[in-house]
Write a protein of this length. Structure first.
Lengths: 572, 437
């Protein structure tokens, strides 16, 4: 059996899955001030009278690192960056203990200026004196030649508890993002480590010492060990859990949109042929643009509990949430209250909803009923507009070959999969307004936790070869080799797949779930003085985000997939 | 966080799957290291720098500028449609005010493509700046435009297209034509009788450094721009004046290019040549992008940059000063010169011989323009190529007067069909292009 747990802003969803499907599902309130207690309470709620041998693994998606970053509650770390010419490294500053040192590597990985040992030692001494225990080292073009980062690491000796190096956090170009990514990994490391040490210890005490997997922003999992090495990858796993919860119900030959409608926000993503679409560069969180592999998602501050106000005659929904809807004792009118007034929802205090909506109605010059319809429509329209912006953004993304531009591969989702607490009440209106088919994901209330539980282990490998310089490398994987002029793009792909397999197993993948694919495969003849002198090859491969095979059968024939129309019939 | 002072749009289209031939300078690899550098510097992430996907141009966009023989598709590829499309996309973004400035980092280039196109010359088939400008004129009603061509080679194609147009100021700064392809671009080339003075050529001696380029910019280009008062300034941003370029002999640097861009403040820049793909382009392009966006570029340097080694020789400095003085003098006397040129005849002829180095063919042209004080003048080109095609190309300018329209229509109607393989009319007053069958 597998446990999937997804910490949300309001609730934490937990599921226990067995061979034949969902065994238990529980919602516990999230205590943002004590996530450890929330997670344990969630786990306990599904594990009572369960013995360890029955349980195979536990997959956790928490908001621990995301919140720490968003709320800027990060411990001090040291950053040592070596940029060489170009933009002033000061413009990439991430924190107070941020030091630019000499050293320069060019775009082909050749050393232009060396690192100064004296300079690094001086910086290290300062960090040490300030009580810094975690350090990040980042060099420009370090993914083409990590030597300077390694040299600086060697100069630091064993003075620090943990050192993160830029060339290990991603295989992609972008110095500024490499700096931010390395910084975030270093900064969340102590928080992440102590949290999961505690979780693991508690589970062991309860006799549940099973493998722990952590959900990443790309909708894949990694084992606890890998997460300690790269804790930055655990950010933004919440939206990823929802998308993975919907994947099984997306068509395998068309595009679909996923909307997770929560209390505070709605997260939107795109699935193509049952594969969630990745952001081309990396996650963005707070003010940080990173190289952290992430699904392409868009979040809008509109949910069932969003505060409704009227300012200067204009209707405003969200982005704040100030507790539940008035129907459930909350202080301000919300779209959920609108649903109560419209008679779509029951089981709460409808009169409280009407009371709250009265002021809104007056400001809009409408009856309470009409105001409720306006509010609900506006919420739906805003969500759909955001979804359109996401599709436009993906479709207008630049391409760099004539072939790609001609192919003009456009996303065109005709289906919207919705999940989250208020999802059923939104289905019919979203369908009417969008003109698309809207499908409610089975077990919409906990589909996110199911998604976390069933997500497979994913990773990515970037290989770079320069036959003119006679080398092939994947610094992120600590791999370098020599090649001659006969090295081809097929060899590069083979090398990449080999590295990918090793990496995937290391971080927790099962043989069965290694669905690998080539994301990028570019080959350039290098010509110097009208003579071909070598080839420049760039290959990027991944284990596709998706669900583990073992549990495919339990989602293959969903018991209660329903269209908007069917659902409404059932509810009303 | 970095923030651009001027919101800047970038179309980046390296055409990673297109080459003139496998070892040609204009090949897949050309912008590879530039892309590496731009990505690694994270320029697309800077607040106020926007990457925009290029649209393709249409056949009609190209026919607004060129007479393609026998037709557009025979002398161009998809890649040209995208390259010109990149320029058009950037131009539209600037005029839509989506961005304040824009840079089309596209290939293949275009500034050697003339009005009549039989094939490729100087790696160019379609004049991407002209296609953009004429589109912007049509779609946005732009009138006065200045093009400053800073490619090391004389922009003879752009010069040809705007030779008779008094509303387009074309300034080319380049290595002296006596020492480099295409061998033209001397100060006395100032435009046809109806546009005398609006073509300005500044040939610089080999081994001119940043000092000389910036001198020409300050002493000649900027004052002329101030007088001309264009609505748009376009920079044909060739990067082959770089000290490491393999096919030219200048001593310009990334710092120099960035400083030139800062002073020129073009609304739109379009990449032209530049073939030091590893040692120059990555740094020059980063410098230009930062300068356009108004971000400090002082630390952008080539790995082998040594200002002492490329310091300008005093002899070169004296030559640069002399050329600049001569060009200024011609500019100041342009009105007198125009009146003199217009005073003599009703039509002016020009016989030309054009060499297509990339496609290895020749073209002979007999050009006739109606002398006109009201408009750019009706234009008739009788063109034959060494591949045996003879065409008649008749052009009615954008703001043609009634007399010029009448004359052009007569030329078109009266052409003897048995003498030409094709007879074309480009009527810019109605935005029409047709062939007489």
């Amino acid at each position: 059996m597998i446990i999937g747990l997804d910490v949300g802003g309001t609730h934490t969803d937990v599921v226990l899955l067995g061979d034949s499907g969902l065994v238990r599902q529980v919602k516990v309130p999230t205590d943002a001030a004590n996530l450890f207690r929330t997670v344990l309470a969630g786990l306990e709620s599904v594990t009572t009278s369960l013995s360890a041998p029955e349980l195979h693994r536990i997959v956790l998606s928490t908001t621990l690192t995301t919140n720490a970053i968003a709320q800027e509650k990060l411990p001090p770390v040291g950053m040592i960056v070596s940029s060489g010419p170009g933009l002033d490294p000061e413009s990439h500053r991430t924190n107070a203990h941020y030091f630019a040192v000499s050293g320069s590597i060019d775009h082909r990985g050749r050393e232009v200026a060396s690192v100064s040992e004296g300079e690094v030692r001086q910086v290290a001494a300062g960090l040490k004196a300030d009580g810094i225990r975690t350090v990040g080292i980042v060099g420009k073009f370090s993914i083409r030649n990590p030597r300077h980062e390694l040299q600086i690491q060697a100069m630091l000796k064993d003075q620090f508890e943990k050192v993160f190096m830029g060339h290990q956090v991603s295989g992609s170009l972008n110095f500024a993002r490499r700096v931010a990514t390395t910084y975030l990994n270093a900064a969340v490391y102590p928080i992440h480590r102590s949290f999961f040490d505690a979780v693991q210890k508690s589970l062991a005490q309860k006799g549940l010492g099973v493998p722990l997997l952590i959900l990443k922003a790309d909708g894949g999992t990694m084992n606890l060990g890998a997460s300690i090495e790269f804790p930055g990858q655990t950010i933004l796993s919440g939206p990823a859990a929802s998308v993975m919860g919907a994947v099984a119900f997306a068509p395998d030959d068309a595009d679909a949109m996923v909307m997770d409608i929560g209390g505070t926000t709605t997260d939107i993503a795109i699935i193509r042929n049952r594969i969630p679409q990745l952001h081309p560069i990396g996650a963005r969180l707070g003010g940080y643009r990173t190289l952290i592999r992430s699904l392409e998602t868009r979040s809008i501050g509109i949910g069932g509990d969003s505060v409704v106000t009227v300012t200067h005659g204009g209707l405003q929904i969200g982005p704040q949430r100030q507790g539940p809807a008035m129907a459930f004792g909350g202080p301000r009118p919300t779209p959920t209250d609108a649903l109560f007034i419209m008679g779509e929802m029951s089981g709460g205090d409808q009169r409280a909803s009407a009371r709250g909506m009265a002021a809104v109605a007056q400001d809009l010059g409408l009856s309470i009923e009409d105001a409720a319809r306006r509010v609900f429509d506006e919420a739906c329209r805003r969500i759909l507009a955001e979804a359109r912006e996401l599709t436009d953004r993906v479709n207008n993304r630049p391409v760099y070959t004539v072939q790609d531009l001609q192919r003009g591969d456009k996303l065109d989702p005709a289906l919207i999969l919705i999940l989250g607490g208020p999802a059923p009440y939104f289905a019919r209106r979203l369908e009417t307004l969008s003109g698309k088919r809207v499908k409610l994901v089975p077990r919409w209330q906990v589909a996110n936790a199911i998604g976390a539980a069933l997500a497979r282990t994913t990773c990515e490998v970037v290989v770079f070869a320069d036959t003119h310089r006679g080398m092939v490398m994947a610094p992120e994987e600590n791999f370098t080799g020599t090649v001659d002029q006969r090295f081809t793009s097929r060899d590069a792909v083979e090398t990449a797949f080999g590295l990918l397999k090793t990496k995937a197993f290391q971080i927790g993948a099962q043989e069965d779930d290694l669905e690998m694919e080539v994301l990028e495969n570019l080959q350039f003849n290098m010509v110097r003085g009208f003579r071909t002198t070598g080839k420049n090859l760039r290959v990027k491969v991944q284990v596709k985000p998706g669900l583990i095979r073992t549990y495919e059968k339990m989602t293959a024939h969903p018991p209660s997939t329903s269209t908007a129309q069917e659902r409404t019939d059932r509810v009303t | 966080m970095l923030k651009a002072k001027h919101k800047t749009g970038l179309v980046f289209f390296p055409a990673f799957d297109w080459a003139i031939s496998p070892t040609h300078p204009e090949r897949e690899e050309r912008l590879l290291y530039t892309q590496d550098q731009v990505l690694e510097e994270g320029l697309f992430d800077i607040d106020g720098i926007l990457e925009i996907k290029p649209d393709l141009v249409t056949v009609k966009d190209i026919q607004r500028v060129h007479f393609c023989v026998p037709d557009v598709w025979s002398v161009s590829t998809e890649s040209h449609f995208i390259s010109a499309g990149g320029a058009k996309t950037i131009g539209s973004a600037v005029l839509d005010k989506t961005v304040a400035r824009g840079f089309a980092l596209v290939r293949p280039p275009g500034h050697h493509a003339m009005r009549v196109v039989h094939g490729a010359r100087g790696f160019c088939n379609i004049n991407i700046e002209a296609v953009m400008i004429e589109y912007l004129r049509r779609a946005y009603g732009v009138d006065r435009v200045a093009i400053v061509d800073t490619d090391c080679h004389h922009g003879d194609g752009t010069q040809d297209i705007y030779w008779h147009d008094p509303d387009t100021l074309f300034i080319s700064i380049h290595q002296d034509g006596r020492t480099l392809y295409p061998g033209s671009g001397f100060p006395h080339e100032q435009g046809g009788p109806n546009a005398m003075g609006t073509t300005v050529n500044i040939p610089l001696p080999p081994y001119t450094s940043a000092e000389g380029f910036l001198y020409a910019l300050e002493k000649v280009v900027m004052p002329i721009l101030t007088e001309f008062q264009p609505e748009l300034v376009i920079n044909s941003a060739g990067q082959d004046n770089h000290y490491s370029d393999p096919i030219t002999h200048m001593n310009f640097s990334a710092q120099g290019y960035a400083e030139l861009t800062r002073l020129l403040q073009p609304d739109i820049a379009v990449l032209e040549g530049g073939y030091a793909i590893e040692g120059a382009l990555p740094y020059v392009n980063v410098g230009i992008i930062l300068a356009m966006a108004g971000i400090d570029f002082k630390a952008v340097k080539e790995p082998d940059y040594d200002p002492q080694r490329i310091r300008q020789h005093p002899q070169v400095t004296r030559q640069v000063a002399a050329v600049c003085e001569a060009v200024r003098d011609l500019w100041d006397r342009r009105e007198t010169n125009r009146l003199r040129a217009q005073n003599t005849e009703t039509v002016v002829h020009r016989d030309r011989h054009i060499f297509y180095d990339t496609d290895m063919m020749h073209e002979s042209q007999k050009e006739t323009v109606r002398v006109c004080a009201q408009c750019a003048g009706a234009l008739r080109i009788d063109s034959s190529s060494s591949r045996g095609k003879r065409v008649l190309a008749v052009h009615i300018p954008r703001k043609a007067c009634a007399a010029c329209r009448e004359m052009a229509s007569q030329w078109y109607a009266a052409a003897a069909k048995d003498q030409f393989d094709h007879i074309f009319l480009q009527d810019r007053t109605g935005d029409l292009y047709e062939e007489r069958r």
